[in-house]
Design a protein around this ligand. Structure first.
Ligand code: ADP
Ligand code: MG
Length: 248
């Protein structure tokens, strides 16, 4: 059966990107279907962040195509705004506004970008804070929260925009070890609810439990991809084996 276009969340076709002279992404082909949970792994500098940043045009690609929720990413800013509204992104560093309370961090974009009435935006914000299990922190400032709590706020803030796709760029890498689980638990929850997710992470336990596909990148290319079971037990490429040997 042929997949219909509406089943495709993100389509990356023969995509290349350069930073100046540096050819950072080489012939990337990646079709993400709705509801997929993809983990991207690979050594530092392999282009993982650049790839997912291209998916909501935080970075521009120079060749090939990227189509997100049916909209091709081009220089057309209006379309990029539309796409960004549907694609949430969570970074390694939480990027919360330090001078705003948690509740204000969550309601800012819904009020100013989506045009929601304040009361409605606050109701939604509290709903998502409950989902990430920190409603009691609503009135505090980011600096008063632990790293794990701040990252859960960052996830809730994304969810307030009701994205159809969530991109995660090493969301637990900056956290103390004891806080990793509380963030992964929130992500596992999202996956169970059917969110389309692309996660750059070194948490291979998470990959085994949640991902339906693991993608391995090296030197700007997708070297191999497979379901987690195969990927971990039977990596095909020497570079993948080397990488797994280092992190497992
Ligand atoms: P990863 O996330 O896998 O560690 P990145 O996508 O961050 O890799 O980086 C890939 C390569 O591109 C690295 O060599 C990095 O130094 C380079 N790079 C990243 N961002 C920029 C930039 N803004 N300008 C120039 N080079 C960059
Ligand atoms: Mg990175």
């Amino acid at each position: 059966m042929q997949a219909s276009d509406t089943d495709v969340a993100i389509d990356v076709i023969a995509m290349h990107k350069w930073y100046g002279e540096f050819h950072v992404l080489r012939d990337i082909n990646l079709r993400v279907m709705r509801g997929e949970r993809i983990v991207i792994a690979g050594p530092s500098g392999s282009g993982k962040s650049t790839l997912i940043r291209c998916m909501n045009r935080l970075e521009e690609h120079q060749q090939g195509r990227i189509i997100v929720n049916g909209t091709e990413l081009t220089a057309d800013l209006k379309r990029i705004d539309e796409v960004r509204r549907e694609v949430g992104m969570v970074f390694q560093h939480f990027n919360l506004f330090p001078h705003l309370t948690i509740l204000q961090n969550l309601t800012l974009a819904p009020i100013w970008v989506r045009g929601l009435p304040r009361a409605e935006a606050e109701d939604a914000a509290m709903h998502y804070l409950e989902r990430v299990k920190i409603p009691e922190q609503a009135g505090k400032y980011p600096s008063q929260l632990s790293g794990g709590q701040q990252q859960r706020v960052a996830i809730a803030r994304s969810l307030c925009m009701q994205p159809r796709i969530m991109l995660f760029d090493e969301p637990t890498s900056a956290l103390d070890p004891e806080m990793v689980k509380e963030v992964l638990d929130v992500m596992i929850n999202l996956a169970e609810e059917g969110m389309t997710m692309i996660c750059v992470t070194h948490e291979m336990g998470f990959a085994r439990q949640v991902a339906n596909r693991v993608i391995f990148m090296d030197q700007g290319q997708i070297i191999e991809q497979n379901d987690p079971e195969e990927f971990f037990s039977n990596p095909r490429h020497e570079r993948t084996r080397l990488f797994l040997g280092q992190i497992l």
